[in-house]
Design a protein around this ligand. Sequence first.
Ligand code: UD1
Ligand code: CA
Length: 453
Amino acid sequence: MSLAVVTLAAGKGSRMKSPLPKVLHTLAGKPMLGHVLAAASALPEAAQHVVIGHGAEQVKAMFADSGVTWALQSEQKGTGHAVAQALPAIADTAVVLVLYGDVPLIRTETLEKLTAIAASGSLGLLTVTLEDPAGYGRIIRNSDGAVQAIVEHKDATEAQRAVQEVNTGIMAVPAALLKKWLPQLSADNAQGEYYLTDIIAMAVADGVAVEALQPASASEVEGVNDRIQLARLERIYQAQLAEALMAGGVALADPARLDIRGTLTCGQDVFIDVGCIFEGDVVLEDGVRIGAYNVVRNSRIGAGVEVESFCHIEDARVAAAASVGPYARLRPGADLAEGARVGNFCEVKKSVIGRGSKVNHLTYIGDAVIGEGANIGAGTITCNYDGVNKFRTEIGDGAFIGSNSSLVAPVSVGAGATVAAGSVVTKDVADGELAVARGKQRNISGWQRPVKD
Ligand code: UD1
Ligand code: CA
């Protein structure tokens, strides 16, 4: 069996009140359509087809490298019409799995079960029972409990509307049957649309078994029509991620105050305080402690590192036993060696801070290489940019940079060298030398302060 996944994503999503096509709105930092494609791509040999309409060019551009086959539905004439647009590119022998770009939390395990039903020649239908089924297509069963049809809410009688089992829209159908049934759909209904759901009655008429299946959780099949629903699904998804972390041994101060927008991989005994956001690929090794309100993106934090509150860390590497923050900013290319320390109100960009070196207060380090055991005083600035080009600063092992110094790159300060506080260093300092580069102090005795006229 080959599997063709057809994801419907042509609708406008007007209730999002946004120029962005609905399926590009993000959940956990990833477009909703991306979640659907990811769930489906975990199925063996799945060929992905996406039906697009509103914002088609934007959707295509966002998923340009995804290997998706696009089908354009220029006018939205209903779900049956939408699926029909993808059919010409699908072999008769395939199983077609219909998904929705705005139903992002669907799980691969559920889809596996559904496709297995269709692989045996039946129609697999995913249904869910709701407290309030208003608006949904109702599942109509006969006295034996066999599914007979789906009736859309707008076409349903009072008695049918009392049914609480509804159509999620997700189904798996042998392609040959779809190719037979879809051309027979009519738009003679309350909405004047070609309903995909009408194929259920056709299956029953043709003696094809319809097997209904329920998802493990109703959130899997919840659709997003507005930002309120999107925010609700975001919290559900984040709760799932938080639970998976805790099950893996991570201590969370509050699982409800954590956001993961990407992949967070943790070692043993990691602790994460409230209000943290992790983006892209982040690795926290054993025993890492992340303080409150940190944002960490595409970074690796080594074993035993403490990141105190309110730091912003991006494309950085922090080796074991280093410490960061509070209020530190590590920009791309920041590379802290073992036991290094970057303290409050310091910014580090594209620089190595050597083993055990300290950059503790109010400092900018950019395009620099700092050796081991150096001490960078408060307010030190590497002047790495002349307005056109960037230059490097080198600071040797055990160097001591006095407070409020400016190191005008390209410049090097040797091992064990000292820079006097307040210096503007423009010339290289050799190993062990003291550089003093500041106005000499003059004390004027007997000086009188001006007095007011
Ligand atoms: C559909 C089902 C209904 C089910 C409900 C679950 C039909 C006829 N009805 O109703 O039984 O309970 O979903 O949410 O299938 N779309 C297109 N092109 C179209 C029409 C729709 O791509 O021409 C896409 C939309 O972007 C949307 C999805 O299909 O993502 C569902 O369409 P919508 O019109 O919202 O269907 P419902 O009326 O909700
Ligand atoms: Ca809908």
